[in-house]
Design a protein around this ligand. Structure first.
Ligand code: SRM
Ligand code: SF4
Length: 561
């Protein structure tokens, strides 16, 4: 059940022996012309520095048949706390995408930015370039606290300023203290380093994710995180936080011991206690997470198995004071961020939809041009979109025209479904992908849109989340509809989650061909259009009728065909 339940996994030995995340990374990367075949140690430790060695899965079979090695390259992930970037940082990342990666930028579901296709000889230069833009890749991946997410909206009021400030403070305070990153990637001098008091020599048992949210803006899906802070507010100020612990999405098909889970509200704390409590929850994960089985190592399993009372007692003991039990979570909402909005300081933001977060070709040029001309500071949203903030009202028409001229589809031309569809990276770079996701996003959206339209539901606000495997990188179990890669060409469809991210979905149909996804949802759309309660969302309707009735509708529809 806990850290002591079995022999530590191989990753634990690698971390323990890594000398502060160094291992043999520098030596292996120095063999610069070598491709692929990093040792398990270097591969594992490189994650902590924000990079994964990958290969192009599209070409792997043909290359193997031709006796060639795989087409190896690196994915590099940039941390952007709260998704906030400056115009200058964007332009620097854009330049690196052109000079050192595959020419694309990828906005992530955790408000980060990824490069794909970085050659080994360019890895150091890419990471150094990111550092030069005052950003980092350190702890973007690995068994540490990852990019801290929050509501993306750049509303200039005290509550939003506080959410943003806390995200930045958590992000920098919880970075691992190692100098290895500087030594390996930034030509820093080797130093004798003190132990990392928070992480210790083996860091955390697994990745650890933190989100902050306002109840009226749960865009970051706070409950899908290991640790969340939900703002309590009065008269425009943050007066405290509800601490939520134990969320996570990952599961493995046919392994019931693994499951997605939404976090529980564990305690309520004062407005200035976020960092202190976050450190205690990180220590809880460090000391109680399972270090023998990486599929059982996330904090969510500790919370599920030990219970909320135990978690609060353990945190209270760590902090040396009794934490107050949390009140019930308030109702959550998720507002519209796309299109034009006033920030509250005389400036505007423009929420730009970016399908699956991929910026490439003309859209990359257009974005660069729009940011150069307007000086807009971009904010990556947890929905893989970009908010161009701080735009002077007189630039509005020009920005819109530049973006439109470069092939962006602007929000007013999109259905709510298209605006609220997420798709993970999947093929060809993700080594875990069982199916396509990003590359079939638009086909699936078009298919589902047609089915919605047939029942007069095209204007309905429904979220769709597509992933190429059950790891859940687009949080598919927390939206209205989840489409999850099951086996090559086949998906599991989930329904019954809610738009606000407060309820998990249930499986509706298994092993569905991509072309049949819309058809599988159609009977439920028909029933929803005919029998929904007033104000009821699609996911709410599915949950109200329940899994058995939902599947029965499907069986009847198939029998009637
Ligand atoms: Fe993820 C692993 C991409 C957000 C759960 N994720 C991966 C890897 C690194 C594949 C691998 O292990 O080899 C993917 C890289 C693919 C590629 O080629 O780029 C990958 N995850 C992504 C991104 C880029 C998806 C996207 O389309 O935006 C997101 C990057 C976020 C960031 O900037 O930090 C991303 N991943 C998530 C989320 C969503 C979130 O955090 O809000 C989740 C679900 C929440 C959670 O953590 O439970 C998520 N990713 C996973 C898991 C399952 C973890 C688990 O507990 O079981 C894995 C696999 C693993 O860790 O072993 C994984
Ligand atoms: Fe890869 Fe699976 Fe994550 Fe998609 S959900 S990016 S396929 S690990």
């Amino acid at each position: 059940m806990t850290a002591s339940s079995g022999r530590p996994s191989a990753a634990e030995a690698i971390k323990q022996a890594s000398h502060g995340l160094r291992g043999s990374i520098a030596e292996e990367l120095a063999a610069s012309e070598a491709r692929g075949g990093l040792s398990e140690g270097a591969y594992t430790l490189l994650k902590f520095h924000g990079t994964y060695e990958q290969h192009d899965r599209d070409t792997a079979t043909a290359r193997k048949q031709a006796g060639q090695d795989k087409d190896w390259s690196f994915m590099v992930r940039v941390r952007a706390p709260a998704g906030r970037l400056t115009a200058a940082q964007w332009l620097a990342l854009d330049a690196l995408a052109g000079s050192r990666a595959d020419g694309t930028l990828r906005l992530t579901t955790r408000q980060g930015v990824q490069f794909h296709g970085v050659a080994r000889r360019d890895l150091k230069g890419t990471i150094a370039g990111i550092h030069g833009a005052l950003l980092t890749t350190l702890a973007a991946c690995g068994d540490v606290v990852r990019n801290v997410v929050t509501t993306p909206a750049p509303r200039r009021d005290a509550i939003h300023a506080r959410l943003e400030a806390e995200a930045f403070a958590l992000s920098s305070a919880l970075l691992p203290r190692t100098r290895a990153h500087h030594e390996i990637f930034l030509d820093g001098e080797p130093v004798v380093e003190e132990a990392d008091a928070l992480y210790g020599p083996t860091y955390l048992p697994r990745k650890f994710k933190i989100a902050l949210a306002h109840p009226l803006d749960n865009a970051p899906d706070v409950l899908a995180n290991d640790l969340g802070f939900v703002a309590l507010t009065r008269r425009g100020k943050v007066t405290g936080w509800i601490v939520t612990v134990g969320g996570g999405m990952g599961m493995t098909h046919n392994k019931p011991a693994t499951y997605p889970r939404l976090a529980d509200a564990v305690a309520v704390i004062g407005p200035d206690e976020v960092l202190e409590v976050a450190r205690a929850v990180v220590r809880l994960s460090r000391d109680h997470g399972d270090r023998s089985d990486r599929k059982h190592a996330r904090l969510k399993y500790v919370v599920a198995e030990r219970g909320v009372e135990w978690v609060r007692a353990a945190l209270s003991a760590d902090l040396g004071r009794d934490l107050t039990p949390a009140p019930a979570l308030p109702r959550f909402a998720v507002p519209e961020h796309l299109g034009w909005h006033e920030q509250g300081d005389g400036r505007l933001w423009f929420g730009l939809p970016v399908a699956a977060g991929r910026i490439a070709g003309a859209t990359r040029t257009g974005l660069r041009e729009a940011i150069r001309r307007s000086g807009a500071n971009p904010i990556v949203t947890p929905q893989q979109d970009l908010l161009l903030s701080d735009i002077a009202p007189e630039r509005r028409a020009e920005v819109e025209a530049v973006l439109r001229d470069h092939g962006f589809v602007l929000p007013q031309a999109l259905s709510p479904l298209a605006r609220w569809t997420l798709a993970c990276v999947a093929l060809p770079t993700c080594g875990q992908a069982l199916t396509e996701a990003e590359r079939v996003r638009n086909e699936i959206v078009t298919d589902v849109e047609a089915r919605l339209a047939a029942h007069g539901l095209l204007g309905e606000r429904i979220s769709l989340r597509i992933t190429g495997c059950p790891n859940g990188c687009a949080r598919p179990y927390a939206g209205d509809i989840g489409v999850v890669g099951r086996a090559p060409g086949l998906y599991t469809i989930f329904v019954g989650g809610d738009f606000e991210g407060t309820r998990l979905s249930f499986p509706l149909a298994d092993k569905v061909r991509q072309a049949a996804i819309g058809a599988m949802l159609a009977p439920l759309f028909a029933a929803f259009a005919a029998g929904r309660a007033r104000g009821e969302g699609f996911g709410d309707f599915c949950t109200r009728i329940g899994p058995e009735a939902a599947r029965e509708l499907l069986v009847r529809a198939i029998a009637a065909e």
